[in-house]
Write a protein that binds this ligand. Structure first.
Ligand SMILES: NC(=O)c1ccc[n+]([C@@H]2O[C@H](COP(=O)([O-])OP(=O)(O)OC[C@H]3O[C@@H](n4cnc5c(N)ncnc54)[C@H](OP(=O)(O)O)[C@@H]3O)[C@@H](O)[C@H]2O)c1
Length: 247
């Protein structure tokens, strides 16, 4: 995989982050796996040899300590979540907004600030940001989530410009629905998530998304895959919505 040796993967206890961590470890990279649930990180260590870091990405000091002296070639920013899903914005809980912005946006900024200077100095690196199709198109019932993912789209585009002239590549992955722990967190109920989102619907698997990430990482160094939008065949963004006025 080019000359990448060390990867830092956030969100490594579940879904996409976990699948990517396993795949990178299987390709011989030293994988540093980040998430809060230490028991699940220990399982990942046993299964794939990933080095566990039980860290909350909201904790700047803990991230600084973790990154100190670590020469990261590949940063996979996958830790992410939604709460209060399927509610119109005006029905949302104000307290949810802070955590959504912190985990889904500020944490990406924190880690990039800690990891990118070393990449620039070594003139080698690859950043993969998990965005979403929700960051690219207007959707109802997920306005806060769409807002934070829209920020990741702009962040990825701007980083690409900031890093131009360096061999530090930036890739944004924008999936549609992926069957992971995400929807259980979003609804606060795994069974409701299964019934609402997965039953009778086609979804991507974390492995499908991993394949796309590996493709971007494995292209030759002179190629930058800036963005990959991918969805189940049975899901597509669509156009204009109409409503009848109430009066
Ligand atoms: N699933 C989808 O349909 C979908 C679609 C488009 C984009 N995405 C994006 O893909 C990324 C991965 O999500 P997923 O679908 O794989 O969800 P997931 O299965 O719920 O995994 C989320 C991961 O994020 C970690 N995490 C959450 N809050 C954290 C915090 N404060 N500090 C550290 N780690 C934290 C969780 O670990 P701990 O709980 O152990 O901390 C978990 O490992 C997210 O950015 C998500 O927004 C998902």
């Amino acid at each position: 995989m080019n000359d990448y040796r060390i990867a830092l993967v956030t969100g490594a206890t579940s879904g996409i982050g976990r699948a990517v961590a396993v795949a990178l470890a299987g390709r011989g990279l030293e994988v540093h796996a980040v998430a809060r649930r230490g028991d699940m990180l220990a399982e990942l260590e046993k299964e794939a040899g990933c080095r566990p870091h039980a860290v909350d990405v909201s904790d700047t000091k803990a991230l600084e300590a973790m990154c100190d002296g670590l020469e990261v070639d590949v940063l996979i920013n996958a830790a992410g979540m939604a709460v209060g899903y399927l509610k119109a914005h005006e029905q949302g809980d104000i307290d949810d907004f802070d955590v959504m912005v912190d985990v889904n946006v500020t944490a990406y900024l924190r880690l990039l600030r800690l990891v990118v200077p070393g990449m620039v100095e070594r003139d080698r690196g690859h950043i993969v940001n998990l965005g979403s199709m929700w960051g690219l198109y207007p959707v109802g019932g997920a306005t806060t989530y769409a807002t934070v993912k829209g920020a990741i789209h702009q962040l990825s585009q701007c980083l690409r410009v900031d890093l131009l002239g360096q061999r530090v590549r930036v890739t944004e992955i924008c999936p549609g629905r992926v069957e992971t722990g995400f929807h259980a967190t979003a609804l606060g109920d795994a069974e409701a998530a299964r019934k609402t989102f997965y039953e009778g619907n086609e979804s991507l698997s974390p492995e499908d998304v991993t394949e796309a990430i590996l493709f971007a990482l494995e292209t030759p160094p002179h190629v930058n895959i800036s963005m990959i939008e991918m969805a189940p065949q049975m899901q597509a963004p669509s156009g204009v919505t109409f409503a009848k006025p109430l009066r």
